[in-house]
Design a protein. Structure first.
Length: 160
């Protein structure tokens, strides 16, 4: 299946929220979090702000969004789960469950790393639970383990 990527814009906030819900309910059979909690999430509110960037994967006929990866700068006053510092954007990624294991996540991740590199960020960070199969994906593209908090790892990708 042919997948194309496009930049995430203001009109994509609802789709990013949907993908965040999929990312949070990654275990098969897990119920998604309440839409109100997703809409109020630090990863979604006010999308996009200065320093935010993201990509949406589009596939199928008719073409529809099937996944998204985005990052935003968070502060120590309102840190995310994978917060490292005020200069390192935290990455979020979600793929429609029917499109998982088709390479969509890897394509989004690699392309968003390139976006972050060209915009001059020093690194990207994220948080992933230790039993999430996505941990292997993140490490395969170069994220390294920084700190374990409860059952989740904070990972960092240094951008030269």
């Amino acid at each position: 299946m042919n997948i194309t990527l496009r930049h995430a814009g203001r009109d994509d906030a609802g789709f990013l929220a949907e993908m965040l819900a999929h990312a949070m309910a990654w275990r098969p059979g897990s119920p998604p979090p309440p839409p109100s909690s997703i809409a109020a999430s630090r990863y979604i509110v006010g999308w996009p702000r200065a320093g935010d960037d993201g990509l949406v994967a589009v596939a199928g006929a008719p073409a529809r969004p099937v996944g998204a990866a985005w990052y935003r700068l968070l502060s120590s006053d309102n840190p995310g789960y994978g917060f490292v510092d005020d200069r390192t954007p935290e990455l979020s990624i979600g793929v429609d469950p029917s499109w998982r294991n088709a390479g969509v996540g890897r394509q989004l991740l690699v392309a968003l790393i390139d976006v972050a590199r060209t915009t001059g960020h020093p690194a990207l960070s994220l948080s992933v639970e230790e039993d999430n199969v996505a941990l292997g994906l993140y490490e395969s593209v170069g994220f390294r383990r920084l700190e374990k908090i409860a059952n989740a790892w904070t990972l960092v990708f240094s951008l030269p």
